[in-house]
Design a protein around this ligand. Structure first.
Ligand code: GAL
Ligand code: MG
Length: 994
C-alpha cells in the first residue's frame, strides 16, 4: 500500500484530478542557475498493482541504480529506467526485470469496464533518484516539474508526499520547498499504468507507461512571475500589432503592496519596438471587492508590425520584469510572441484576414525505440520531413505535445490545432455526460489553454477526439471561449452527433468531419449552408498502400467555397522495434507482443514508417499540397501559374521548364515569372514551340532558391506537367517485320520461367480488407470488401483461368517477337476484380527496370497525380509496408523494360491495345504477399515476377473511409487487351531509344 496516500486510491476515482498540484502556467524563460534537470537513469522497480507497493519503496534511502542502459536502443538494465522513457519499451534481451510490454487497442479498452473499473493487474513503477540543490535554493521556493507520466503519478521527497496528478500529456508541478534539506534529497515518483483517467485517454495508439517527458526542478523567488499570458493580436484593418501582457505575480509568503511589472518588446535581434510599459501589481488590501488577483496588465501597440504566419513566421521578444518596493528589478523573464489574428467569418478560417489552405496532417508522438519519449530532434525531424512534402498544418492528435513542439512550430512556421487529451472512445456516448468525469474534461482542456496560449502557431483549440458530444464538452467549450476569445474551437463530435449546418455550435466553430466522402463535402460547400468552414480533422487514411483519390479531394476543395482542406491520417506508423530471439529485428504492430485484446496493424497507418521513411504516397501528398500550380490556359496557348499561398509571392522559388517528346527531354530553360500576388493567378506565354510529332509534355518545376530550415537550395517544391499533344499510336514499337500467325516459338519463350498467365486479383491492400483482423473483415463487414469477395470467388487459391472465360492468342513477327491478345469474360456473379492483366516470371539476372510512364515511385490509378510521366529507371521495389500487400505499380506505361545489366538483354513490354498499361516487377507473387503476416515473414524470390495490367482497381481508403470511387473500379464484365513482348539484345541497351 502506498505510504501517506494510505487507504485512499485517487487513481481509481475519476473525480480526483490532482492533489497539491500548482496552477498551470505558460512556460517562461528561467535563469539557468535556477533550473536543474533530473533526466537520466533512475533506479526503478516494478510492481503488479499499486496496492503491492510497500511504503518502504518510496521512503528511506534511494537504492543504488545500476549502470545506465547500454548501446542497444531501448535496452534496459535490471533496476534502472531512463527518464524520459517508457518502461513498456521491450528490453530486447538485456538483463532485465520482468517486462511489462506495450499494448495496442484502437476503440476498445485493454481491460474490461465499466468505468471506472480497473484491471486486476495494474503495473506500477517506482522511479527513484537523489538530487542536491544549491544552498541558495533553500531560501526560495523549489518546484518539481513532471513533464508527462502515463497514466497517473504521485511524488515523495525525503519521505514526504508532495503531490499527485493526472493527465499523461501535460506537465504537473508541485511545491517541494518544505520537504527539502541541504545535501542529498531522495525523490520517488510512482507511476500507475491504468487509472480512472485511462477511460478518457482511450486514443488509438499503444498503451504505454512511464515518465515519458522530462523531469526538472526550478527555484523561484518568494515573489515570483508565476505566469504571463501574451495576446499578440494583429489589427487587420491598419496592420497595427497590439500586445497585451497579463503578468500574474505569485507570493509564496504574505502578499505585499507596491510591486510593479515592466514590459518591453524587441525584435529577435534586440531592436526595441513600441514603448516600454509598466503596471503596478494589484493588491487586495488596496482594492477590496474589485481585487481580481495579482495580475498586472500592460498593452503596447506596434505600427507596421511584421505579422506571424506559417509562411513568414516573424517573432518578437517580450521581456517582463518584476520590480520590488524599492525599485529594484528582482526577476526577469521572456516570452516569444507572434502577431497574428485568427477568426472564422463567412464560412472561412482567416489568418490575418486571409483565408488559408489547410495542408494538414495528424501527428502522434512516436519513436520506434523510445515510444512516447520523443526528443526535440525527433520533433524537428518530423517537421522537416513534413515541410519537405509541403505540409504546413498539424493537428496534435490526440493530446498536447511537449512544449518544444510548439516552440518549433512558432519558429519554423506551422499552423497547429492543439487538442486536449480527452478520448473516451470505448464509452463514446456516456462519459461525456457523466458528471464524475466533468472535472477531468475541464482540467484537461483548461490546463492546455493555460500552458499553450502564448504560441502563435496554435490557431485553434480542440476539445479532444471521439468522445461523443455531451454536457462535459459544452462546459469545457464555455470555459475556453471565456478564457481565450481569440481562437476558434474545434470538436469533431459536436457536428457529427448533431448536424453539419448548425449542430454543436457551442463546441465547434468548424465543421470538422473525419473521413467524409468527397460528395458529402462538396454538397456542404456548394449548398452555402451554415456559417462554418469545413476542414476535415482526419481524411485519407494512410494504412498500408493507400491514399487513393487524394487529388480528387483537393480538386473539389479548391473549387468549392466553404472547404479549406484538412488533416491527413496520419503522419507516422507506430511500429515499435522488436528484437526477436532468432536475431530478426522488426517494427512490431498490435498483437506482436502477445497482448490481448488488440487491433493488429491498425496502428500502422502512417505516411511514413516509424523510422520516418516516407511511404510512396508521400509523393502524392507533396504534389497535392504544393504552394504553386501550373496549368494550361483554356486556349492552350499559355500557362496559368497560381500562387496558392496566403501571404508570400513566388520570389523564393525559381521555375524551370522542360519539353518532353516521347519521354525524352527535347528542350529546357528557365521560366521567368512575373509578380504573382498570394491567392492569384497570372498567364505566362508558353516558353517553347510545340513540336508537331510525338507525345509532348511540358513539365514546370519550382525549386527553392535558397536553403531553408527544411531543405537545401534547389529543393523541388512543386511541379506540374501539361500534355501538349498526344501520340496517335504507341510508336515505342521497334520496326517490325511481317507477322507470322500461330504458336511459333519466339525469343521470349527462352526467357520465361513461368508462362504468361491471366491475373485478376492483387494481394489485398489494407483498404481491400484486413487480413490480420479476420473478424472485422469477414464477420462484421468493416473496411474494404474486395478481399472477402476475391477469396469467395476462389482467386486466392485457384488460377484465374479456371474461374472465368479467357481466350488468348499469340502472333509472332519475323524478328521473333510475340504479340499477345486476350479477351476475358467474367461470370455475372463474379466480383469486380482488382486487376485485369497477366503475370509471368523472368530469370534473376533481370535486375533493373526502365519504363516510359508515371514514376519514379509506386503509383496507382487513383494515386498518380503526383507521379510525373517520363522515362524512369530503378531496381525492383522492396515491399514498403509493415504488413505485406500489393505494392510497386507504375501506371500509364507506354513501355516497360526488364533489364539484365550484365548482358544488356532487355524484355520490353509494349501495350498495343490500350496503348498504355500499368506494370510492376517484383520478387513476390500476389500469393506470397497475401500469405505473409508481417514484412519479416516475406521471402523474396530470386526470379522477377512481372505484371502487366490493362486495368488495375484504384486504392481508395476503405480501411477507414470511402472506398474506391466508381471511375477507378473495374466494373465491366468483358475486357480485351493486347501487348507485345519484345526481346532486345545487348547491342541496343543504352542506345536511348524509346
Ligand atoms: C479515427 C480516430 C483516429 C484513428 C483513426 C483510424 O477514428 O480519430 O484516432 O483511430 O480513426 O486510424
Ligand atoms: Mg479512437
Amino acid at each position: 500500500m502506498l505510504a501517506v496516500i494510505g487507504t485512499l486510491r485517487p487513481w481509481a476515482e475519476p473525480e480526483t484530478i490532482s492533489i497539491h498540484r500548482l496552477a498551470m502556467h505558460a512556460p517562461l524563460l528561467v535563469d539557468p542557475q535556477y533550473h536543474q534537470s533530473l533526466d537520466g537513469s533512475w533506479a526503478f522497480s516494478l510492481f503488479q498493482h499499486p496496492d503491492d507497493v510497500p511504503p518502504s519503496a518510496v521512503t528511506g534511502p534511494t537504492p543504488p541504480r545500476p549502470t545506465p542502459p547500454g548501446p542497444t536502443p531501448g535496452a534496459t538494465q535490471a533496476g534502472s529506467q531512463p527518464v524520459p522513457g517508457n518502461w513498456t519499451i521491450p528490453h530486447n534481451g538485456a538483463a532485465s526485470i520482468v517486462e511489462d510490454l506495450p499494448h495496442y487497442t484502437n476503440v476498445q479498452m485493454p481491460f474490461p469496464g465499466p468505468p471506472p473499473a480497473l484491471p486486476q493487474r495494474n503495473p506500477t513503477g517506482v522511479y527513484r533518484r537523489t538530487f542536491t540543490v544549491a544552498d541558495e535554493w533553500l531560501d526560495r521556493q523549489t518546484v518539481l516539474h513532471i513533464g508527462g507520466a502515463e497514466s497517473v503519478h504521485a511524488a515523495w521527497v525525503n519521505d514526504v508526499f508532495v503531490g499527485y496528478g493526472t493527465d499523461s500529456r501535460l506537465p504537473s508541478e508541485y511545491d517541494i520547498s518544505a520537504a527539502l534539506r541541504p545535501g542529498a534529497n531522495d525523490l520517488a515518483i510512482v507511476v500507475i499504468r491504468y487509472s480512472a483517467g485511462s477511460y478518457v485517454e482511450d486514443q488509438d495508439q499503444w498503451w504505454m507507461a512511464g515518465l515519458h517527458r522530462g523531469v526538472f526542478l526550478e527555484s523561484r523567488p518568494a515573489v515570483d512571475i508565476a505566469d504571463v499570458r501574451a495576446v499578440a493580436d494583429l489589427r487587420v484593418n491598419d496592420g497595427v500589432g497590439v500586445l497585451t501582457l497579463t503578468t500574474t505575480v505569485g507570493f509564496s509568503s504574505a502578499p505585499e503592496k507596491g510591486w510593479t511589472v515592466t514590459t518591453r518588446l524587441a525584435t529577435m535581434d534586440g531592436i526595441a519596438v513600441g514603448e516600454d510599459q509598466s503596471a503596478s501589481v494589484p493588491h487586495r488590501f488596496a482594492q477590496p471587492y474589485v481585487f481580481s488577483g495579482h495580475q498586472a496588465v500592460t498593452t503596447c501597440e506596434v505600427t507596421d508590425v511584421e505579422p506571424w504566419s506559417a509562411e513568414a513566421p516573424t517573432r518578437y521578444r517580450a521581456t517582463i520584469s518584476l520590480i520590488d518596493l524599492s525599485g529594484h528589478e528582482t526577476q526577469t523573464t521572456e516570452v516569444l510572441v507572434g502577431f497574428r489574428h485568427v477568426e472564422v467569418r463567412d464560412r472561412q478560417l482567416l489568418v490575418n484576414g486571409q483565408p488559408i489552405w489547410v495542408f494538414g496532417v495528424n501527428r502522434h508522438d512516436h519513436n520506434p525505440d523510445r515510444g512516447k519519449a520523443v526528443t526535440a530532434d525527433d520533433i524537428r525531424a518530423d517537421l522537416i520531413q513534413m515541410r519537405r512534402h509541403n505540409i504546413s498544418a498539424v493537428r496534435t492528435s490526440h493530446y498536447p505535445n511537449d512544449t518544444v513542439f510548439y516552440d518549433l512550430c512558432d519558429e519554423l512556421g506551422m499552423y497547429v490545432i492543439d487538442e486536449a487529451n480527452i478520448e473516451s472512445h470505448a464509452y463514446n456516448t456516456s462519459l461525456c455526460n457523466d458528471s464524475r468525469y466533468a472535472a477531468a474534461w475541464l482540467a484537461r482542456g483548461s490546463r492546455m489553454v493555460q500552458r499553450d496560449s502564448n504560441h502563435p502557431s496554435v490557431l485553434i483549440w480542440s476539445l479532444g477526439n471521439e468522445s461523443g458530444y455531451g454536457d462535459n464538452h459544452d462546459a469545457l467549450a464555455a470555459w475556453i471561449r471565456r478564457n481565450d476569445p481569440h481562437r476558434p474551437l474545434h470538436y469533431e463530435g459536436a457536428p457529427f452527433h448533431t448536424n453539419w449546418v448548425d449542430g454543436g455550435m457551442l463546441a465547434s466553430d468548424l465543421v470538422c468531419p473525419m473521413y467524409p466522402s468527397i460528395a458529402s463535402i462538396e454538397t456542404y460547400g456548394a449548398d452555402g449552408a451554415g456559417t462554418r468552414p469545413l476542414i476535415m480533422c482526419e481524411y485519407s487514411h494512410a494504412m498500408g498502400n493507400s491514399n487513393g483519390s487524394l487529388a480528387d479531394y483537393w480538386d473539389v476543395i479548391t473549387r468549392t467555397p466553404g472547404l479549406q482542406g484538412g488533416f491527413l491520417w496520419e503522419w507516422k506508423d507506430h511500429g515499435i522495434r522488436q528484437y526477436l530471439g532468432d536475431g530478426t529485428v522488426r517494427l512490431a504492430y498490435g498483437g506482436q507482443f502477445g497482448e490481448q485484446p488488440h487491433d493488429g496493424n491498425f496502428v500502422a497507418d502512417g505516411l511514413t514508417s516509424a523510422d520516418l521513411e516516407p511511404h510512396p504516397a508521400m509523393a502524392e501528398v507533396a504534389w497535392v499540397y504544393r504552394p504553386v500550380t501550373a496549368t494550361l490556359a483554356a486556349n492552350a496557348g499559355a500557362l496559368v501559374i497560381s500562387n496558392r499561398q496566403s501571404f508570400l509571392d513566388l520570389g523564393w522559388m525559381r521555375a524551370e521548364w522542360q519539353l518532353l517528346v516521347d519521354g525524352n527531354v527535347a528542350e529546357s530553360g528557365e521560366l521567368i515569372l512575373p509578380d504573382i500576388a498570394p491567392h492569384s493567378a497570372v498567364e505566362v506565354p508558353l516558353p517553347c514551340v510545340i513540336p508537331s510529332r510525338g507525345e509532348v509534355f511540358l513539365t514546370i518545376r519550382f525549386h527553392q532558391r535558397r536553403a531553408s530550415w527544411c531543405a537545401p537550395a534547389g529543393h523541388l517544391v512543386a511541379w506540374d506537367q501539361v500534355a501538349l499533344s498526344v501520340a496517335e499510336a504507341n510508336d515505342a514499337l521497334p520496326a517490325a517485320g511481317t507477322h507470322d500467325f500461330g504458336d511459333a516459338p519466339c525469343a521470349i519463350d527462352s526467357l520465361l520461367i513461368a508462362p504468361v498467365e491471366l491475373e485478376l486479383w492483387r494481394a489485398p491492400t489494407d483498404n481491400d480488407g484486413f487480413k490480420l483482423l479476420a473478424d472485422l473483415s469477414e464477420r462484421l463487414g468493416i473496411g474494404g470488401r474486395g478481399m472477402v469477395a476475391w477469396k469467395r470467388a476462389g482467386l486466392a487459391d485457384h488460377p484465374a483461368e479456371d474461374l472465368v472465360e479467357h481466350r488468348s492468342t499469340r502472333t509472332v513477327d519475323s524478328d521473333g517477337n510475340a504479340e499477345y491478345h486476350h479477351t476475358v469474360t467474367l461470370p455475372d456473379e463474379f466480383p469486380q476484380p482488382a486487376r485485369v492483366g497477366v503475370t509471368f516470371s523472368l530469370p534473376p539476372r533481370f535486375t533493373r527496370l526502365r519504363w516510359y510512364g508515371r514514376g519514379p515511385t509506386e503509383n496507382y490509378p487513383d494515386r498518380n497525380s503526383g507521379s510525373m510521366v517520363g522515362v524512369w529507371e530503378s531496381e525492383p521495389d522492396a515491399m514498403p509496408y509493415l504488413v505485406p500487400q500489393e505494392f510497386g505499380l507504375r501506371t500509364d506505361c507506354r513501355w516497360f523494360e526488364c533489364i539484365d545489366p550484365i548482358s544488356g538483354d532487355r524484355v520490353r513490354i509494349v501495350p498495343t491495345g490500350p496503348t498504355t498499361m500499368h506494370c510492376s516487377a517484383r520478387h513476390h507473387t500476389a500469393a506470397d504477399l497475401f500469405a505473409a503476416a508481417t514484412a519479416t515473414d516475406l521471402i523474396a524470390r530470386d526470379e522477377l515476377i512481372v505484371n502487366i495490367d490493362a486495368g488495375h482497381r484504384g486504392l481508395g481508403t476503405g480501411s477507414c473511409g470511402p472506398d474506391v470511387l466508381p471511375q477507378y473500379e473495374l466494373a465491366e464484365k468483358q475486357y480485351e487487351f493486347s501487348y507485345r513482348l519484345v526481346v532486345l539484345g545487348s547491342q541496343r541497351y543504352g542506345a536511348g531509344d524509346g
